[in-house]
Design a binder for this molecule. Structure first.
Ligand code: G3I
Length: 372
């Protein structure tokens, strides 16, 4: 009897605690849930992630992200290895992964001068290049019509000064190739959102070139829905003002703005070294790889602050931004461990190589502190 009385006395406390636990569980939100009203939060997937090789990594991806881009496997050299042969084995798996997990699927990329199959780089004839573009774009976009939500139709067509890059496409077809690429993609899937994607296109000279390029595509009758700013950024640059000016300038053209490959390097850059010859071999140099074991707290804090100011800006302009995609899930996977110097240890993302959220993650989440 005494025991029952005791239990009755404790009952309100037990109920309170259990409600609180449920509420807490509800509050354990993710990036994608925190930002679901503003924009998609995406990540780039490598082959192992598409094939769900690592269960811990897989559950992190599903929990945190609602948009995916293939880091490499949809590039020309992989999907179109020879003139009469397409290989969709991996891209089919990538699409299935996105569909199964109800994710926004972004296609990267149709027309890019890099990672071309060797046979493509050999095309010199105008008619042959026209035929290639038609076949390549129509085949790939039609195959995934209604499945791929948006495409990087043309990637990195600009030089840093805003002029057009002398690629195999420009050299054969002139600037008309840009208009044609967008027309062909729109014809193959009128509902997919079509993007032009580049790096450093937030910088004034390249931005101006990018704006001219967008106008050219529109004037030529191409359908273009958005611009992708890759956002391979540094701790100190670009400035928030420069990024903001770009969001405003691109959206003033009636385009959606997506941040498509976000990461922030914390390592020294060979181009910043006075008199450094970038062709010099820096591999194995301790000076160029200062944090091989652990990121010092002071830099961890800087990275977290940098991410916070960037996401603050993204929130301010949420109505203009369609998607923010990180270029990789965790630090261990980042291309920045091997570029511009091979074999370094970089820390550019929100999760460390053991999949633990970093201070930068907490900062990005804090901006959306969801008290229910
Ligand atoms: O697949 C081979 C593998 O068989 C080989 O053993 C290994 C040895 O190095 O190389 C593997 O290929 C690498 C490939 O990534 C797949 O991992 C290439 O060397 C490497 O150069 C390639 O790098 C990719 C790079 O694009 C190529 O330009 C990066 O992973 C990828 O993150 C990067 O992504 C680009 C975007 O597509 C466009 N914007 C810039 C961004 C960063 O460069």
């Amino acid at each position: 009897m005494k025991l029952i009385n005791h239990y009755l006395l404790l009952l309100p406390l037990i109920i309170f605690n259990s409600c609180n636990a449920q509420k807490k569980e509800k509050n354990v939100v993710s990036l994608k849930d925190s930002y679901k009203k503003e924009f998609y939060i995406g990540t780039a997937l490598d082959v192992n992630q598409i094939e769900e090789k690592n269960a811990k990594e897989d559950s992190l991806i599903k929990k945190q992200f609602n948009a995916i881009t293939a880091e490499n496997i949809m590039k020309s050299m992989f999907v179109h290895p020879s003139k009469d042969k397409y290989d969709f084995a991996m891209s089919d798996k990538f699409i299935a992964y996105g569909e199964k997990n109800n994710m926004f699927i972004h296609g990267h990329t149709l027309i890019w001068h890099s990672q071309l199959a060797p046979w493509m780089a050999e095309i010199k004839d105008v008619a042959e290049m026209k035929a290639f573009m038609k076949n390549h774009i129509t085949t790939i976009v039609s195959k995934y019509k209604g499945k791929i939500d948006s495409w990087d139709v043309v990637n990195e067509a600009l030089n840093e000064d805003g002029t057009l890059r002398k690629s195999v496409f420009l050299n054969t077809l002139g600037e008309q190739y840009l208009v044609d690429a967008f027309k062909l993609a729109a014809a193959a899937d009128p509902k997919a959102d079509l993007y032009y994607n580049d790096y450093n296109n937030e910088e004034p000279a390249k931005r101006k070139g990018n704006i001219d390029l967008i106008k050219k595509i529109k004037e030529g009758g191409g359908k273009i829905d958005g611009v992708g700013i890759q956002a391979h950024w540094r701790l100190e640059s670009p400035s928030i003002e420069t990024i903001e000016e770009s969001i405003l300038a691109y959206s003033a053209l009636g385009l959606k703005v997506a941040f498509t490959e976000l990461d922030i390097t914390v390592l020294p850059n060979p181009w910043d070294l006075k008199g450094a010859d970038v062709n010099q071999n820096f591999e194995g140099s301790a000076k160029m790889n200062p944090y091989p074991d652990k990121l010092p707290d002071s830099v961890q804090v800087k990275l977290a602050e940098r991410y916070a100011s960037i996401f603050k800006l993204f929130l301010k302009h949420q109505d203009k931004i369609s998607r923010v995609t990180f270029w990789g899930v965790h630090d261990g996977q980042s291309w920045l461990n091997d570029w511009p110097i091979k074999g370094r240890t970089n820390y550019p993302l929100l999760f460390d190589k053991n999949l633990k959220p970093k201070k930068a993650y907490q900062n990005v989440m804090k901006l959306k502190d969801t008290k229910e």
